[in-house]
Design a binder for this molecule. Structure first.
Ligand code: ADP
Ligand code: MG
Length: 685
């Protein structure tokens, strides 16, 4: 039998099972053999029943000596099966397995049966219980050896197929399969063992070590396929028609000289990387990562000046109106003295029409804007550079709208949302990455503290000392639906309360429903220091830069995600003064407390991101749908990061040497990408 054989052609698999498998998309032997176990149980020998409870799930086996069904609360039912361990003696304690309201379980279990159970033993009164354990009834037949006395695979639950049946089918498939001709999916440089062997061992490993090796092999294959796909995309985008959009560097030098500070080494390094891309004729596709406050705007301005000197226009897109306006005023300050013309486009400006529109754009060197840049007809006469700030606020498709035009502009996307490194290698794997991994000198420290809401009094007197010292504050509320009238009302009520609390210092209110120009004026007064405290929703989350603001108080902090809290905290610590982030929360759950404790511990965005990832556990963090990458079947982005790195290096070097995959030894990878992933590439197929 061959691996590509349809299961239908195998007469020993009963029809109903074939149909059940088909519902899961399992049609061929290969599909079934890559239906990988979720975990394994060591069933060589079962331990004695424990006497104490444990948080760790354990695997036990015993005989059912009693079953019972009890009712409680009217219609609810508990089914109990009492197990006795083998070779029970006077000291043995039975184990009670309990299932609540699971009708089917009671039909499957009867006295006298041998069960294997997997779960957490807990003491309930004097009894040792396991609630809702996974279980398997052991039958005394010739197949026993498949299920017992070995490291036994446990598969993802499948409707209409028991573990036992699935395991038996896979066992027999492996016996009949000729693994010799199974083609390895890995290049020589990554090869670790044999694919056929790995497929055997992932199901029925002889030892835990051989299981680990098999898994490594299969994860590496999966990651390699993914990285080949990414490398192909990258190669494709590099091949687009473009031009050199950077030249000279005189304007850029003049800008650096006019800055009141020296560039950090990280900024110099990143600017050199950007410049190299812009001076070459392939289109730049670069992701600039830098924690909040690391000085990304300077890098963006450098890129804009390189484009301007080469005679190209730049578009600068920001996710909020406040941020677009801030960039507009910062960029005007630096760029107008150098002779550049700037224009701005936001929906609010449009409505209020306080700026002449369309005419200005065509001869502007830089057009700054929000999403409005995407959806309006803007006549760029000679667009050479697109900068996207805080790119996580834009979807991939939105980014595409600006960047997919022909000829291809250079693209610089900037993000302050720390992204765990493995994700950068995948979701953003087709972009080149630059890192601002150094903060500018002379930044005041940020201290983060979690306080119970009942301590507001103490917090308040602390706020007043800061105000007396001349500093400014942000007070932030977790209004989730910015668009709802109700939230705006709540913010207004809070605003009144804060005005009393902070009297006589002047306060201002900021939220999404305030009309554009007013928002703008409020922000400007805060920037100028006229207003001392800004009571706000998360509209200030990204990018806002007011160095004299040293305190951010976040109410109901537990309602925000870690990444968002870190962003909010990034509003302070931008000047030379010591800054304070106060997280208010009333009686947070232990989960929420753990989350907030991360922020107390570290200011490093990457540590926050990794912790966030850990706390949230697995899940579609990848946003695979958004990235258009196939979902992972066996690899774990977090656990297997080193394997991802190896796969990436290998895939990149293959494309570097042989971009069209024409070498004989690379031909099979072309199939791997084009067929397996159902994608075609103009330069590959
Ligand atoms: P972000 O990376 O969060 O977008 P910004 O570009 O807004 O950060 O920069 C934050 C602040 O740091 C700004 O006030 C900016 O002028 C200042 N800044 C940028 N680079 C430096 C530097 N090398 N030394 C000192 N201050 C800097
Ligand atoms: Mg910024």
């Amino acid at each position: 039998m061959e691996i590509s054989q349809p299961l239908e052609e195998l007469d020993w698999i009963p029809r109903p099972k074939i149909i059940a498998l088909r519902r899961l998309g399992i049609i061929t032997a290969e599909h079934l053999l890559t239906h990988f176990p979720r975990r394994h149980e060591d069933r060589h020998q079962f331990p004695q029943f424990p006497r104490d409870e444990s948080d760790q799930a354990i695997c036990l086996s015993g005989e059912v000596v009693k079953t019972s069904l009890r009712r409680f609360g009217g219609w609810k039912k508990i089914f109990e099966a009492t197990l006795q361990e083998p070779n029970a003696n006077a000291l043995s304690q039975p184990l009670v397995c309990r299932w609540f309201n699971l009708h089917y379980v009671q039909k499957m279990i009867a006295t006298g049966q041998q069960l294997v159970v997997f779960g957490r033993p807990k003491l309930r009164g004097k009894r040792l219980c396991m609630d809702h354990p996974e279980f398997e009834v052991i039958e005394d037949d010739e197949e026993r050896s498949i299920h017992l006395r070995r490291i036994t695979p446990i598969y993802p639950a499948t409707e209409g197929l028991s573990q036992r049946v699935l395991r038996s089918i896979i066992y027999r498939l492996l016996q009949e399969l000729d693994t010799e001709p199974i083609e390895p999916l890995l290049p020589k440089s990554l090869k670790n063992g044999d694919r056929g062997e790995a497929i055997r061992a992932i199901h029925f490993p002889e030892t835990w070590e051989s299981l680990r090796n098999a898994r490594d092999h299969l994860v590496l294959s999966e990651f390699f396929a993914m990285q080949m796909l990414i490398a192909a995309r990258r190669t494709e985008s590099h091949a687009r028609v473009s031009a050199a959009h950077g030249r000279g560097g005189h304007l850029m030098q003049r800008f650096f000289c006019s800055l009141p500070f020296d560039l950090t080494n990280a900024q110099k390094k990143v600017i050199a990387e950007v410049r190299w891309d812009m001076e070459s004729t392939f289109p730049m596709n670069r992701l600039l990562q830098g924690d909040v406050g690391s000085g990304k705007t300077v890098v963006a301005i450098a890129a804009i000046l390189l484009a301007a000197e080469a005679g190209y226009q730049a578009a600068f897109m920001a996710p909020t109106q406040i941020l677009a306006e801030q960039h507009y005023s910062v960029l005007r300050r630096w760029l107008e003295p150098l002779g550049l013309k700037l224009s701005i486009r936001t929906a609010a400006r449009q409505e209020e029409s306080f700026l002449p529109l369309a005419e200005g754009d065509e001869n502007a060197d830089v057009i700054i804007g929000t999403h409005a840049l995407l959806y309006e007809k803007i006549s760029f006469s000679n667009l050479g550079l697109v900068v996207i700030d805080e790119q996580h606020k834009f979807g991939v498709a939105q980014r595409g709208r600006l960047t997919s035009r022909e000829p291809a502009p250079d693209v610089l996307v900037m993000t302050a949302t720390p992204i765990p490194r493995t994700i950068t290698m995948t979701v953003y794997g087709d972009l080149d990455v630059s890192m601002l991994d150094e903060m500018p000198q002379g930044r005041g420290k940020i201290i983060t503290a979690l306080r119970d809401s009942s301590k507001l009094g103490e917090v308040l007197s602390f706020l007043r000392t800061q105000l007396e010292a001349g500093r400014q504050l942000y007070i932030v509320y977790p209004l989730i639906e910015e668009s709802e009238k109700l939230d705006a009302k709540a913010a207004s009520a809070e605003y009144e309360r804060w005005r009393e609390r902070l009297h006589p210092y002047s306060c201002a209110l900021l939220h999404g429903r305030i009309p554009g120009p007013e928002k703008q004026q409020t922000m400007e007064r805060f920037r100028q220091g006229e207003t001392k405290a800004l009571i706000s929703t998360t509209v200030i989350e990204v990018g806002v830069d007011v160095p004299n603001a040293t305190v951010i108080l976040i109410e109901n902090a537990e309602r925000f995600g870690l990444a968002q809290l870190h962003q909010l905290r990034g509003r302070i610590g931008r000047g030379k003064h010591k800054s304070y982030c106060i997280l208010l929360s009333s009686e947070p759950t232990s989960e929420a407390a753990a989350k907030l404790a991360v922020l107390e511990k570290t200011n490093d965005g990457f540590e926050v991101a990794e912790a966030d990832w850990e706390l949230r556990g697995p899940g579609d963090l990848l946003g695979t749908a958004q990235s258009g990458l196939p979902a992972l079947k066996i690899g774990d982005l977090r656990k297997d990061a080193p394997l991802m790195r190896r796969a990436r290096i290998s895939a990149m070097s293959i494309f570097e040497m042989d971009p069209r995959l024409e070498w004989p030894e690379n031909k099979r990878f072309r199939e791997l990408i084009v067929e397996k992933q159902g994608r075609t590439f103009s330069n590959v197929s």
